[in-house]
Structure formats: structure tokens, C-alpha cells
Write a protein that binds this ligand. Sequence first.
Ligand code: DC
Length: 223
Amino acid sequence: MGCNIAIDGPAGAGKSTIARRVAKELSFIYVDTGAMYRAVALYLLKKNVNGEDAAEISENCTGARVSIEYRDGEQIVMLNGENVNPSLRTEEVGNMASRSSANPKVREHLLLLQRNLASENDVVMDGRDIGTTILPDAEVKIYLTASAKTRAKRRYLELTEKGIACDLDEIEQDIIQRDERDMNREISPLRQAEDAVLVDSSEMTIDEVVEEILRIYREKVEA
Ligand code: DC
């Protein structure tokens, strides 16, 4: 049984950057569950499945064979034998993932993969329902959040640095809509687990957040 750190929170709170850094500090494996939902979404998009049609999503999602490999410490998501990492971070895939991840069949499809990784390894796993549903017995649970404005600004900077033209207000609206869907869906909605520690990163640097999570880990696990 591995030692498990669960980090949940809304889109753009910095979960993946922070979780990756914490995992490195502790020599744990970093598991990005959002990337798994994105891989299923990519598969559905390739099959021209309508994101609003739950029956079509349920019928098709099991055709997406998702597995995880690690190369130089980086998580590689394999979709039906192909490395799909380069295709996962587009807005189109993110929006489809936000819709299709509300589907019980999609969640059931990925649940075992996530639990197996956590039982066989020391992991820092990030997502939306890790502390509440996937790993209810995780040794450390963090709910990482930041205001919608801060998250939109971070995303805006990330995209403009890559030379991608974008609009700050549009990004903020997109984030608010995604929060709305993630928090209000029937199955595994995004919410803070009762025993999770809330970390609001709005006014914190990445280093400060990493330090804070390591401090919480030491307090809970090493004490
Ligand atoms: O964290 P992300 O943006 O890569 O996640 C993509 C979508 O997947 C997001 O809209 C919510 C969903 N997701 C989920 O429902 N449960 C998880 N454990 C991780 C992500």
C-alpha cells in the first residue's frame, strides 16, 4: 500500500504544477487524473461523439483504453497504444472532458486505473474527486483553490507566453462555467472533503504553496 496525497480543486488552481513539485520533493509518483479524462475526451472527439449526448458518451467511452507510463519521471498517457500527451491540453479537449467526465460510465472506466496506481505506489494524485471518492483513506488531502480572476490571469499569461492569442474575460467566463459544471454534476462533484486542508493560492507563490503542502504532509505523516 502506497502513501497517498490527494490534491483536489477547480481548473487553473495550479494543481498540476504544485502536485508535480511536491511529488518530486518526496520522490513520489505524480498522477494527473485530469489527463486521463482528457484522453477519453480526445477519443470521443475523434469519434465525433456529441458532448451533450450522455447515451452516446456511455456507449463509446469504453473503446478508449487508457494507461499510464512514466518516462524520465513524466506521466505519459497512452490512448489505445498511442502517446497522446501532446494533444491533451487544448481548450476543445478540456471542454469535452468537462462534459464527458460528468458521465458515470466514463468515471467508472477510469476509477480502477486510478486506485491501482495509488495502491501500488506512493503518489501525489490530483483531480476533482480524489479525496472524496477515489482515495477516501489518503494520508493527506488538500483542497487547492484560487479566485476565478486569479486563475484566469494565470491561464492568460500561460497562453500568451506560448504566443497564443486569447481574451482574458473569455477565459474567466470559461473557468466560471467549468467550475459550475464540475461542482454541480450529480456524480463525484468537485467539493472539499471533510478532512481536507484548504489552501487558497490566490496570494501565494508556487514555492509557498509547495512548502505549505510539504509542511502539512510532515505534520500528518512524519509526526
Ligand atoms: O484538471 P483538468 O483541467 O486537466 O481536467 C479536465 C476535466 O476533467 C475537468 O473539467 C474535470 C474533469 N476531471 C474530473 O472530473 N475528475 C478528475 N479526477 C479530474 C478531472
